[in-house]
Design a protein around this ligand. Structure first.
Ligand code: ARG
Length: 473
């Protein structure tokens, strides 16, 4: 039986009928639907609308359905079901008869989908935060392995100053930690329960909304039924945070792609995350990285879709909202795979520290430190900058580095130069002169790594992974 056929004289156009269904994708919400319906059954039982026996029968049947579907995906093959809500009702009636129809008393699918989607996004946030922590751990482990290895850092993709490899890797850890924070922040706001909002105006039954919220581990009930049934802010935010996470992964992927070229040669691609060319036998291509960069576009498009879908909707529920599930599912699946593969790649990738070190010492990358040396000797920094600029020009003409100039040559540019100049522009000294919170001095980076590891451990969810997300009481 349809959930709404009474007033209709004619059957639906058969093609339209199957086209308007959401069951092909919202079947993913079975666990959420079961959890929300169990909470609703308990609330109906409290009101005396369901007897204790009926509510138990319903909850048992819901659990059995979930367990059966987990064992056998074919349970979810239903050509008639319009959506997950209809499917569950049909299954209930199949399993326990007429009592199955009693569950929809005082309830609307509008509040159900709003609830299911919140539960789904909440669970995905928890999963994603843990996956981010795994990836951040892989970055931190590489940073630990790199020790005091040096590399050039770039601005405008031109060599700028040397940094520690660990410092570079920890820059990404910062981005990932912010992404995790944003997800947690979104979770806080979404954690309210729409059940009891009815179709638009609130339920016609005096339901204990707080009890339902509590049973589903929400902080409390939503406060306005019109908002609750049409709000998708939480899903929009979720896809936006994932889009930004995608942007971070894409920047990293692009950088790895540049660094693994023969021209740079900093990164040795792991074969396990590369493919070859069907035409050119010598090729090893950075496919994982390219796909991460490509898929980040999908995450951005999904976030954009969410905004576009909702922007023209008068309150409250409109069927357009059904479409918002698709990008939520797609972004979730996309980001989960991206995070897993990126962590796997990071565990295997090798860096050519020797080559990175050579690059960190070439092309007068110690010029800023050299100017700082002069400034420490009392020369105004603007003047010092000019003097070192002239020294670099001389180096270019002579084909040498700053430390290749003699003291006489230097003194001719400015009398403040002394013998300790040569010490001050050595690679380690250049690193260590950035001795400030957030700087690349070796001691600072050592502390930053320890601190990052602690912060990564803290963002992990204490909850057992893959364990029971919903309380069926
Ligand atoms: N499948 C629908 C959705 O995902 C459920 C809500 C349907 N409500 C309605 N009034 N037709 O949006």
């Amino acid at each position: 039986m349809k959930m709404w056929s009474g007033r209709f004289r004619q059957p639906l156009n058969p093609e339209f009928e199957s086209w308007q269904r959401s069951f092909p994708f919202d079947k993913q919400l079975l666990s959420e639907e079961v959890a929300a319906s169990s909470a609703y059954a308990a609330a109906l039982e409290k009101l005396g609308i369901l007897s204790l026996a009926e509510s138990k029968q319903i909850v048992d049947a819901l659990r059995a359905l979930e367990a059966d579907a987990a064992k056998n995906a074919a349970v979810l093959d239903d050509e008639e079901a319009e959506d997950i809500h209809h499917f569950v009702e049909r299954e209930l009636v199949k399993r326990i008869g007429e009592a199955g129809y009693k569950l929809h008393n005082g309830r609307s699918r509008n509040e159900q989908i709003a609830t299911d989607l919140r539960l789904f996004v909440r669970a995905q946030i928890d999963e994603t935060v843990d996956l981010i922590a795994d990836l951040a751990d892989a970055f931190a482990a590489k940073a630990g392995e790199a020790g005091e290895a040096e590399m050039p850092a770039y601005t405008h993709l031109q060599r700028a100053e040397p940094v520690l490899v660990a410092h570079w890797l920890l820059a990404y850890v910062e981005m990932f930690l912010r992404d995790a924070e944003r997800l947690k922040d979104c979770r806080e706001r979404l954690n309210v329960c729409p059940l009891g909002s009815g179709a638009i105006a609130g339920s016609t039954l005096p339901l204990d909304r707080s009890a339902m919220a509590k049973q589903l581990n929400f902080d409390g009930p939503t406060t306005n039924s019109m908002d609750a049934t049409s709000d998708r802010d939480f899903a929009i935010e979720f896809t936006q945070v994932l889009a930004l996470l995608g942007v971070h992964l894409s920047r990293w992927a692009e950088e790895q792609i540049i660094f693994c070229t023969q021209e740079f040669g900093f990164v040795k691609l792991p074969e396990s995350f590369s493919t070859g060319s069907s035409a050119m036998p010598q090729k090893q291509n950075p496919d994982l990285l390219e796909l991460v960069r490509g898929k980040s576009a999908r995450l951005m498009a999904n976030a954009q879709f969410m905004l576009a879908n909702v922007k023209g909707l008068a309150l409250a529920y409109n069927k357009d909202l059904q479409e918002t599930q698709i990008p939520v599912f797609d972004s979730t699946q996309t980001v989960t795979a991206m995070l897993r593969h990126c962590a796997g790649y990071m565990r295997e990738v090798q860096f050519d520290f020797e080559r990175m070190k050579q690059a960190a010492q070439a092309h007068s990358m110690n010029a800023f430190a050299a100017a700082t040396y002069l400034a420490r000797k009392g020369v105004a920094f603007r003047r010092a900058h000019e003097v070192i600029g002239a020294a670099v020009r001389l180096c270019i003409d002579k084909g040498c580095e700053l430390e290749g100039l003699s003291l006489d040559e230097l003194k001719a540019l400015n009398p403040a130069f002394e013998n300790d100049f040569y010490q001050a522009v050595k690679l380690q000294a250049v690193l260590d002169c950035h001795d400030v919170v957030g700087g690349t001095a070796r001691g600072r980076v050592k502390n930053a790594l320890a601190d990052a590891k602690e912060r990564i451990a803290k963002i992990r969810n204490s909850k057992v992974r893959g364990g029971a997300v919903y309380a069926h009481t």
